[in-house]
Ligand binder design. Sequence first.
Ligand code: ZN
Length: 67
Amino acid sequence: MLCQHTNQCPNAEAVDREAARTVATFREQGWSLLCNGVIVFEDTGEILPDGTMIEPHRGPARHALAA
Ligand SMILES: [Zn+2]
């Protein structure tokens, strides 16, 4: 567990794992590292610390659907 925040962030197994804080952003590569060890990509895909791949899960924006 990398998280050293006073109020511990959700761990990598938690459903709200994305609520953990970003500790490093590699904008040019399109991903960020969260303090719970999860890597989050710009398209909302994720890689967990154990190597599990999470498919992107951000749906189309509502205003895009309305148009
Ligand atoms: Zn944290």
